[in-house]
Design a protein around this ligand. Structure first.
Ligand code: PLP
Length: 475
């Protein structure tokens, strides 16, 4: 473009002119005058830069600038932690926030947010109470343990237990159980930070009773058993069962700690899954302390549980680190409400979203998918083929790593090309929706596993906002 064709910056609308347009006035009323002015300045700066770069043949009107500023304000006002549709097929997706809470838990958390609560206050005596009291009895009842306490998450539970029972002492762990959970949670590193000396015994695939017995010394603070929740060692393997390990440790007066990871309070075979060791089983087998997560299979808010022998829990509660790892009133309220649901096992699988979603049958999901395929294809406007396919959901968060659940998905394929460009553009357009839709791309198709879709009307509403212009057109 030559210099003569370049529009004159003197004709650019002023900030005031833009603010006086209907869209400008609306933006100022909605977001406040200062943010609106800032957004208009930024929009004008952008126009100026484009003009100077010779990229604009004509200046935008004041209305156009106002619309661009309002758009930017709207985008900036969207929460980055906003709800999404998890159609990845992984029910407990760590990156998508793990367990969905039961309505009872949501209501309890909301009530606790709005008002003062008797968090550490005993209403019967008027004296100071304990934060743990709200869930201690429930946990004792549901696990059969003598006592219980709660911290921020299971990583915190493990850290606190190791630091309390093993500081400046040794902890014996099988080489087959030195797990990495992901992120920065590696058992050897956690041990070091807890001030505990790791004593590895056995080999990756086989650890025998004599390996543990031979490693117990007066320096031993604890024996640690870790549920290898996110992998399985198969083939020529041997691990020492909890009961036998408890006997070996107790013979030398050393406590056995069992980190169950996901830890479930119910027998999952009730809902058709493989039996996972329950917390009650670990306690019955003789573990002195059992740790597990609140937001994995248990289906509650992020928390870490420590249950076990009363004398050890008392020691753990006296550790000054406990204060740094405690949970707030909101989560405690949600947790109490979640645990209460476990008192009624009949209705549990219906009320607790995690179990409800895990229990859904392929037939049920496929029927819903068949109903949705048509409306989805229509919204995607012929640019994509949509068909119902069988797929396999995962439990996620390292629970039952090898187990998949037969499920059904909408498989979306480009109607025009085999390359992934159009699919990637679609996946990205789905992430831009008011309620983003997160699927997964495999073998040339975008798969939307419908196991975790309960709000079908909301899904179609959100999808209706899709910006088809952002997609690459047919080649
Ligand atoms: C998941 C897991 C943890 C960590 O629990 P968070 O609740 O995520 O902190 C620790 N140990 C095992 C065996 C786990 O599976």
């Amino acid at each position: 473009m030559d210099a003569e064709a370049r529009p004159s910056l003197r004709d650019l609308p002023s900030v005031d002119q833009v603010l006086r347009t209907p869209a400008g006035a609306h933006a100022a009323a909605r977001f406040g005058r200062a943010p609106a002015t800032g957004a208009i300045r930024a929009a004008l700066d952008e126009v100026r830069a484009c003009v100077l770069a010779g990229q604009l043949a004509a200046l935008p009107s004041a209305d156009h600038v106002a619309a661009a500023a309002a758009d930017a304000l709207e985008r900036g006002a969207r929460s980055s932690l906003r709800p999404v549709f998890n159609l990845t097929g992984t029910v407990l997706h760590t990156n998508l926030g793990r367990a969905l809470l039961a309505e009872e838990a949501v209501a309890a958390a909301t009530a606790a947010m709005r008002s003062a609560v008797a968090l550490e206050f005993d209403l019967s005596t008027g004296k100071r109470g304990e934060r743990d009291d709200h869930v201690r009895e429930l946990l004792i009842e549901l696990t059969g343990a003598e006592d219980a306490t709660v911290v921020n998450n299971n990583a915190a539970a493990v850290l606190l237990v190791l630091n309390t029972l093993g500081l400046a002492k040794e902890a014996i762990v099988s080489r087959g159980e030195l797990i990495e959970i992901g992120g920065a949670f590696r058992m050897p590193d956690i041990m070091a930070r807890a001030g505990v000396k790791l004593v590895e015994v056995g080999t990756t695939n086989r650890t025998h009773p004599r390996d543990y017995a031979g490693a117990l010394t007066p320096e031993t603070g604890l024996v640690l058993k870790v549920h290898t929740s996110n992998y399985r060692i198969e083939g020529f393997t041997k691990e020492v069962p909890g009961r036998e390990l408890a006997e070996i440790a107790h013979a030398r007066g050393v406590p056995l700690v069992n980190d169950l990871g996901s830890g479930t309070l119910v027998d999952l075979s009730r809902i058709g899954l493989t039996h996972e060791p329950t917390v009650r089983e670990a306690v019955t087998e003789g573990a002195d302390i059992v740790t597990f997560s609140g937001d994995k299979l248990l289906g509650g808010p992020q928390t870490g549980f420590i249950v076990g022998k009363a004398a050890l829990i008392e020691k753990i509660n006296r550790n000054p680190m406990k204060r740094a790892l405690r949970v707030d009133k909101i989560r405690l309220a949600a947790l109490e409400a979640t645990l209460r649901l476990y008192r009624d096992p009949e209705r549990l699988a219906h009320k607790l979203p995690t179990l409800r979603l895990l229990a859904r049958t392929r037939e049920d999901i496929a029927a819903r998918a068949a109903d949705l395929a048509g409306p989805v294809a229509e919204i995607l406007d012929g640019a994509f083929d949509v068909e119902v396919v069988d797929c396999a959901s995962q439990i996620g968060s390292g629970a039952l790593p090898l187990e998949t659940l037969p499920s059904a998905a909408l498989a979306i394929r480009s109607a025009f090309e085999a390359s992934g460009g159009q699919l990637n553009a679609l996946a990205s357009a789905l992430r831009e929706l008011p309620v983003p839709i997160i699927g997964r791309i495999t073998e040339g198709a975008l798969l939307l596993d419908l196991r975790c879709l309960e709000d079908e009307a909301g899904f179609i509403d959100s999808l209706d906002h899709i910006d088809l212009a952002h997609r690459a057109g047919p080649s």
